[in-house]
Ligand binder design. Structure first.
Ligand SMILES: *[C@@H]1O[C@H](CO)[C@@H](O)[C@H](O)[C@H]1NC(C)=O
Length: 269
């Protein structure tokens, strides 16, 4: 009887140790594969905002401050004072890590449409076979109300392990490439880093997006603070194991056409 109990306890202990090291392994993968964001050379001018601190925005709104919040301070981005929010799920042999950036304000994407307060954008990274032979594979780029997925070789990397995402200058979608023609059509938000080379090393400030023990804003279901949006926790894509490779048309049209640039079509991510 006593023997069984001791065996039971040591198994429990081993399981706990294992859990702890799995968490540490996940955290290391989250850091190693966090995206390297590249901004348009005009980012930070006028109403072209850099990522924003979501908790700060939330507190301002709750405190009755409804003024426009646009982060024009490039220093805040390079000093690591603006967080990128992440959460990860193990999906069979693979690990899916979602990285979220918050923006206080999106400017018009043409002369006169597309602006709004509060906006979220995401990038999802798939780490295949994460316990035995981890390697970054598919990367999903989110933009406007859609997304698409690229396979290795079809997106750039920074320092080998970090996917590069180009951020649209007005609406802040993330893309695997630079360019754009400066209209509101799906792939056309400008993103030309030029010699300014403004960028954000997201792994300098990663905050775990979670349902318990996270920051206050994360679990507040009230969409008023976000001007009608939900915090990522309440969105349909919170379960990152169930994502599909793209959304929208596979023809390049002006509206949502994420599938046009998806390497895996609409297959499961
Ligand atoms: C990129 O890699 C180089 C060489 O290992 C290192 O010195 C540098 O700090 C890395 N850059 C960042 C932003 O981590």
């Amino acid at each position: 009887m006593k023997g069984v109990c001791v065996v039971g306890l040591s198994l429990l202990f081993l399981a706990l140790v294992d859990l702890g090291s799995a968490e540490a392994d996940i955290m290391q993968l989250v850091i190693d594969h966090a995206p390297y964001l590249r901004f348009d050379l005009k980012q930070g001018e006028g109403n072209l905002c850099f990522p924003h601190n979501a908790q700060e925005f939330y507190e301002a709104r709750k405190g009755g401050d409804w003024s426009r919040k646009c982060n024009r301070d490039y220093d805040s981005v390079t000093r690591g004072s603006i967080p990128t929010y992440w959460h990860a799920n193990t999906c069979g042999y693979h690990l899916h890590i979602a990285y979220w950036n918050f923006y206080g304000y999106n400017d018009d994407c043409d002369c006169c449409s597309g602006e709004r307060d509060a906006w979220w954008e995401f990038i999802v990274v798939k780490i295949r076979d994460w316990t035995l032979n981890p390697r970054m594979h598919e990367v999903m780029f989110g933009q406007k109300k859609g997304w698409y997925t690229r396979i290795p070789g079809h997106y750039e990397t920074f320092n080998t392990t970090h996917p590069v995402a180009y951020v649209g200058k007005s609406n802040h979608g993330t893309y695997h490439d630079d360019g754009g023609t400066g209209t509101c059509c799906y792939y056309e938000d400008f993103r030309n880093p030029g010699s300014a080379d403004k960028h954000m090393v997201t792994w300098d400030n990663l905050i775990h997006l979670r349902e318990e023990e996270g920051e206050d804003w994360m679990t507040d279901p009230n969409t008023d603070w976000w001007h009608g949006l939900q915090s990522p926790i309440f969105r349909d894509d919170w379960d990152v194991c169930g994502l599909m490779g793209c959304t929208g048309s596979s023809l390049q049209v002006c509206g949502t056409c994420g599938c046009h640039k998806s390497d895996i079509g609409e297959d499961p991510f």
